[in-house]
Ligand binder design. Structure first.
Ligand code: CO8
Length: 258
């Protein structure tokens, strides 16, 4: 029996999901995307998980959708099976914070997967790109939409139309990633950061994520109204009382995630 295409592990309040299809550069097929969906469902349902790290191998995060599986696909197959929508978008609806820890290639659907995460940490070895044009197609999991929002239209067009790859430092300058790390520190820094995040109040983290994401979906005044109402909602949390009282009493807060 072949190894699971997606591995999941729990460390404290952090869930770790590892893409594991080394024979095909972690190319994303149904086995990978179903495995990712199942791991996310399990972590969403687990009240003891406060943050997730999504990673690949040292060589590759993911080299995109599986070209072998797609090569003979007809329109009727893609439309009929609701290709991508059926199982690709679980990450987009996941409500807890997710850090992508990217080493090596994050191309096509791999880059799109990283962009669905809340932040991307890149190893110095990371290479990002939407090279679909080289195989006669276009991105299909949000690449043409999230990339311009992350890096601006000029660079997004440059990358998508030419199919060229962007290294970790260019991705940092462009705003696609928040940190560039030596390859051997990538996972430990991502896990430390996830552990720190997971120690905060989970409902407050979820409200924060929802509010930041609203910035991409609304006008400024609508977004600020959403933020304001959500701030008001935090005053219903036991963790807000605990956090502020702990500050006043000069002690560490003990969040109960309610
Ligand atoms: N699909 C299937 N197999 C792949 C893929 C892929 N995307 N990428 C690599 N592989 C396989 C290779 O075929 C090869 O298999 P084998 O050993 O059996 O010949 C093995 O992985 C190793 O690959 P390489 O020998 O090519 O390794 P290199 O180190 O020389 O190159 C690269 C690594 C640069 C990553 C190279 O493999 C590459 O360019 N891969 C394709 C990248 C690409 O075009 N990605 C975009 C795919 S399309 C897409 O994601 C969006 C489509 C539409 C939307 C779908 C949304 C998900």
């Amino acid at each position: 029996m072949s190894a699971a295409a997606v591995l999941s592990e729990v460390r404290g309040r952090v869930g770790i999901i590892t893409l594991n299809r080394p024979e095909a550069m972690n190319a994303l097929n149904d086995a990978v995307m179903d495995g990712l969906r199942d791991a996310l469902n399990a972590f969403e349902a687990d009240a003891n998980i406060g943050c997730v790290v999504l990673t690949g191998s040292e060589k590759v995060f993911a080299a995109g959708a599986d070209i072998v599986a797609m090569q003979n696909m007809e329109y009727a197959d893609a439309y009929g099976s609701d290709f991508i929508t059926r199982n690709w978008e679980r990450l987009r609806t996941f409500r807890k914070p997710v850090i992508a820890a990217v080493a090596g290639f994050a191309l096509g659907g791999g880059c799109e997967l990283a962009m669905m995460c809340d932040m991307v940490f890149a190893a110095e070895t990371a290479r990002f790109g939407q090279p679909e044009i080289k195989i006669g197609t276009i991105p299909g999991a949000g690449g043409t939409q999230r990339l311009p929002r992350a890096v601006g239209k000029a660079l997004a067009m440059d990358l998508c139309l030419s199919g060229r790859l962007m290294d970790a430092n260019e991705a940092l300058r462009a705003g696609l990633v928040s940190r560039v790390l030596p390859a051997d520190e990538l996972l430990s820094v991502a896990l430390r950061t996830a552990e720190k995040i997971a120690g905060f109040s989970l409902p407050a983290l979820m409200m924060m994520k929802e509010s930041v994401n609203r910035a991409y979906e609304s006008s400024l005044s609508e977004g600020i109204l959403f933020e304001r109402r959500t701030l008001h909602a935090t005053f219903a949390l036991a963790d807000q009382k605990e956090g502020m009282q702990a500050f006043v009493q000069k002690r560490e807060p003990r969040f109960i995630h309610r």
